[in-house]
Design a protein around this ligand. Structure first.
Ligand code: DAH
Length: 339
C-alpha cells in the first residue's frame, strides 16, 4: 500500500475536522447540534467512514492514521460538548429571566380576623375594673324569678316584671333581664370585702334604634365595711375616663332602682352627625339596698356596698360614633372591619 494513501487519509481526516468545526460553530440550536453529532461521529457518520478506510492501509500504517483520526474525533466531540454547554447555559439564563421573582412586589395580604366591637368593649371595661382589683365572674343567662327579681327587691307587682319586658320560658324560668342577678349569686358564695365584675348577655322584649331584644351588660359591685357613695363615684369616673378618654363630658344624676338606695344614673354626651348633642344614659348605679344585703345573708348594719350595671352597646356606640345598635348584630363585614 502506498504512502500516498496514508497521507491522503490523514489529510482527509484533518480536512473533515476543519469542516466539522465550522458546522458545529454554525449550529443554531441543540437539535441542529445533535444532527452534526450524528453526521460526524455517528455509526454511519464521516469519521466511521474514515475508520473503514483504515482497512486499505498496511498494518504498520494503521496505528499512525488511526491516531490522527482519533484525535480529530476527540476534537469534534470536545467542540460539540462545549457548544452544547453554551446552549444549555443560554437556555438556563433565558429561563431564569422568564421566571424572575420580583421580591420588591408587595405580598398578597392574608385576611386577619378581629374581635367583634362588643367583645372589645367588654374586654376593655372588664380589664379596667380588673386592674383596680375586681374579680370577674359569670352567671347564667337562664334565670329564675328569685335571682332576677325577688332578691333584688323587685316585688311581684313591680312594672319591671311586666310580661312586655321579660321573656318567660314555658315550664318556668326566664331569660335574665339584667346582669344584676349575678350580684345575688356572687354575694351568696363569698364574704365581704369583695369587688366583682360580671359581664353577660341580657334579654328584653324591646326593639328600636337604641334597643335590641338581646344586649350586653357589665355588672359591678363592691361590698365591705364603710363603702360610700364617693367610692361609687370614684370607681365610675375612673371607668368612664379610661374608656372614653379624659375629655368626654359625662354627668351623674339621681335616679331610682328597687335594689339601690340612693340611686344614680350616668350619662355621656352624644354628639350627633348634625352637630346637635344630647345626653345618653349609659349606666345605672347606687348604694346596694339593705334588703338586697339581707337577701344574701349580709348584715346591713355592718356592711355597705355600691353596685352598677352598664350597657355595653351604648358604651361601644358612644366610643365609636355608631348610631344604630343593630349594626352590631348584622355581621356586615364592611361595618365590623372598621374596628
Ligand atoms: N340592672 C339595671 C338595669 O338593667 C341596671 C342597674 C342599675 C344595675 C343600678 C345596678 C344598679 O347594679 O345598682 O337597668
Amino acid at each position: 500500500m502506498s504512502d500516498g494513501e496514508l497521507e491522503s487519509l490523514i489529510a482527509r481526516a484533518r480536512e473533515l475536522g476543519e469542516v466539522a468545526g465550522g458546522r458545529i460553530a454554525a449550529a443554531a440550536d441543540l437539535p441542529a447540534l445533535e444532527n452534526e453529532r450524528v453526521a460526524w461521529l455517528g455509526k454511519k457518520g464521516e469519521m466511521a467512514g474514515l475508520m473503514r478506510r483504515l482497512g486499505s492501509l498496511t498494518p504498520d500504517q494503521r496505528p499512525q492514521a488511526g491516531q490522527v483520526i482519533n484525535e480529530v474525533k476527540e476534537a469534534i466531540s470536545g467542540r460539540i460538548d462545549r457548544r452544547r454547554a453554551e446552549f444549555e447555559k443560554a437556555e438556563r439564563s433565558r429561563r431564569l429571566v422568564g421566571e424572575k421573582l420580583d421580591i420588591t412586589l408587595p405580598g398578597r395580604p392574608h385576611p386577619r380576623g378581629r374581635l367583634h366591637p362588643l367583645t372589645q368593649a367588654v374586654r376593655d371595661i372588664v380589664g379596667i375594673l380588673r386592674d383596680i382589683g375586681f374579680d370577674e365572674v359569670r352567671g347564667p343567662d337562664l334565670e329564675d324569678e328569685f335571682h332576677n327579681f325577688e332578691a333584688l327587691n323587685i316585688p311581684a307587682d313591680h312594672p319591671a316584671r311586666d310580661m312586655q319586658d321579660t321573656f318567660y320560658l314555658a315550664g318556668g324560668g326566664l331569660l335574665r333581664t339584667h346582669t344584676s342577678p349575678v350580684q345575688i349569686r356572687a354575694m351568696k358564695g363569698r364574704k365581704p370585702p369583695l369587688a366583682v365584675v360580671a359581664p353577660g348577655r341580657v334579654y328584653r322584649c324591646d326593639a328600636d334604634q337604641t334597643h335590641s331584644p338581646m344586649f350586653t351588660q357589665v355588672e359591678g359591685f363592691m361590698v365591705a365595711e364603710d363603702i360610700r357613695m364617693s367610692d361609687l363615684k370614684g370607681v365610675l369616673e375612673l371607668l368612664l375616663q379610661r374608656f372614653f378618654g379624659k375629655d368626654r363630658p359625662y354627668r351623674m344624676r339621681p335616679s331610682f332602682f328597687p335594689f339601690t338606695e340612693p340611686s344614680a344614673e350616668f350619662d355621656i354626651l352624644w354628639e350627633k352627625d348634625d352637630g346637635s348633642t344630647s345626653w345618653l344614659e349609659v349606666l345605672g348605679s347606687g348604694m346596694i339596698h339593705p334588703a338586697v344585703l339581707e337577701a344574701v345573708g349580709y348584715d346591713p348594719q355592718k356592711y355597705t356596698g355600691f353596685a352598677f350595671g352598664l350597657g355595653v352597646e351604648r358604651f361601644a356606640m358612644l366610643r365609636s360614633g355608631v348610631d344604630n345598635i343593630h349594626a352590631f348584630y348584622e355581621n356586615d363585614q364592611r361595618f365590623l372591619r372598621q374596628f
